[in-house]
Design a protein. Sequence first.
Length: 111
Amino acid sequence: MNKSVALTSLAWGLFFVLIGFSWAVAYYYDYSVDVIPYVTFGTGLILIGLSMARTGLGMGFNWFSVFIGVVALVFGGAALMGYGLPVIPTIILVIGLFIIAEAAASLSKKK
């Protein structure tokens, strides 16, 4: 198994553990706990961690998984803090931030 497949398998395994644990906690507390913000936040952490691990091992960087991870992290974090964010404006804001970051990175690259 190559490193990319191993990292992807690890991320999927973490995701299923997160889902199963959240489901068990909700069941244990008779569904009085809202686990969706925790799952969303955890999913964001998993996706960003996966991208960081790929970069650390010298593999390609996947902007799409980072984007989805940041969106999940923002929505999950906001929900955990008790805030509700509008979906479309928040996604447009994150897209804009990614465009700015990419432009800044390309301006700072040495030729």
